[in-house]
Design a protein around this ligand. Sequence first.
Ligand code: ADP
Ligand code: ZN
Length: 722
Amino acid sequence: MSRARVLLLNSALGPLDYRVPHGMAVEPGSIVLAPLGPRQLAGVVWEAERMPSDAEVGDNRLRNLLSVYDLPPIAAPLRRLIEWTANYYLAPPAAVLRMSLASASALEGGRTVVEYRATGVVPDRLTPQRAQALERIGERQGLVRELAAIADVTDAVIRGLVKTGAIEAVEVAVDAPFIDPDPSFAPPELSPEQREVADSIVEAVDAHRFDPMLLDGVTGSGKTEVYFEAVAAAIRAGRQSLILLPEIALTEPFLKRFEKRFGHLPVAWHSDLRQSQRRRAWRAIATGEAKVVIGARSSLFLPYRNLGLIVVDEAHETSFKQEEGVMYHARDVAVMRGHFESIPVLLASATPAIETRQMVAAGKYRELKLPGRYGPAQMPAISIINLTQDVPPKQRWIAPTLVAALQETMEKGEQSLLFLNRRGYAPLTLCRTCGHRFRCPNCTAWMVEHRLMARLACHHCGHVMPPPAACPECHEEDSLVACGPGVERIADEVAAILPDARTAVVTSDTIWSPAKAAEFVNRMEAGDIDVVIGTQLITKGYHFPNLTLVGVVDADLGLSGGDLRAAERSFQQIAQVAGRAGRGAKPGRVFLQTREPQAPVIQALVTGDADSFYEAETDSRREAGAPPFGRYAAIIVSAEKQDEAVATARLIGRSAPEVEGMMVFGPAPAPLAMLRGRHRQRLLVHARRALDVQDVIRGWLGALEWPRGVRVAVDVDPYSFM
Ligand code: ADP
Ligand code: ZN
């Protein structure tokens, strides 16, 4: 080959052609360095016929490729996945490729880097910033820039600490080998039901063929133990496994558990990795040295050398959907990767999504079931607290029945969990004199009070301000009131009810790193916490045998959003949080506080009749032609200037093609009409399942032009309607 088509790591560019100089050998998938103007850019050689280029250049004008990296080529199955993802989600192929070549420094050969860590020396001059830095950094290590980000201080503060000796430099070999997990280290004795399911998955791993499966097992049934057997089989067969988890906060307890079973840690991949860790992990994945990878959704696009199994744990989680950049759904892309790689894909969940259940019903996925909890543990009893009858005192949110249950649980020396999916102290702050409400200047959203951090914060753009002493509108002092509860306010209420209780607030504000998650788990396991108050972060994955009471503070909250999946999501969330109760020998109790005890979601949870609930939900989706029976694609237009956003959205609406089986709704201002200072308009495309709606949208938008400052994003199979 003397001419090569190269997909460069630049989303604004299509593929470009280069000359392959004498003595250089490339093949499709080769990772190369190419000149682009005065710059040099990495890219991957592609089959020209699969990647059309609109910039055909004659042989005599081609520039030479500069070099080929000493790395295994991106294999054909991953190249097909990149094409599929770009095509399905209407994204530039280079933007998808960027997720595969996710560590620029990893492309270079082995070397060492200098990182920094705390020494334990306390500097003579301990400014508040320095104290914050040292506290937050703790045992962590990284580049100056990384430590500064962790500590939320400037680079200069970290460098100052290096001068005082409080932080020191360490040289790190970035390619230290990983030790293989041992499949026979400490396998559990599986119950007969577990054994049967495990054997079936192991067989699929050994067969090495595409085999999508749903592992549907109640919380605490041993799904993890069971799929670990399949991971063990893949290790024995010399192949790599990928376990996708929805939340990085979950990785730390998970890593510990993995280590107990396999003797060594798996390789972790998530956004919180230091550059050196990322680089080391990427190389080990690409060479095949990393036998088991635990990762967030982005780990799905990495260039595994010989993948043998993909597990998507908590597969119903909507956080597998990426909401910016390439807007893909990791669960669905995982199945596609399994297809291209010819390997089994296991979706594990106690509350599978309707989309997944429908694939089972259609005979496309196999279903494996674990209907009971492992060992003596029983499913917890769920009861209703009708808030219209069992009324909490004024400015309180915990009903008398739940207060009594909390007291009993604490007297028995057991642990309780209160669930409220609202970060901060109060969702809204207003002035009692003039009624002024605190809004984010950049978003259509209220500023949320966070007392622990003494700030008002926007949960959409991160804008923060100190809580003002006086109202900015009427200048009245001490006139601001908090409206409604967040977890911090519930924690205050618990302190008032149970003055001796040791409480912990678990949200993304308090558990912002894997180390913080580990610290929380250790305190729970040591019995140092009586009552946990948490958001959805606490609903998944955790296993605390002494936790016997769960109270859902507002079981109606999830229904208020009103989108397509609100009822389903509400059911899943409450079922998952209820699943934290009674996971050991002691039985668990769950109380749902509600104003609508007859709502189908609440009834399904209390009676345990999930099937009828899902059937009713599925029927209503079928009737509406909603997913998975029909499909949606959202078109989101945003601009700093409102009139530009509106004009472009109208232009798109006016130009909608007439296509049989397709309808276009909107444009209309998005519910989040302003986000990060940009005005937003939405259109919703509804199409028959069989229609190639991507192709229609490509032709439709491709023919239009809009001003430079306008962004038009297409969200295929949207989960957010905001
Ligand atoms: P799930 O993933 O379905 O919620 P887990 O795999 O976390 O369930 O299992 C719940 C608890 O029961 C865990 O502590 C797990 O170690 C334990 N467990 C499950 N199966 C077994 C087994 N066969 N032998 C020993 N412990 C088990
Ligand atoms: Zn904001």
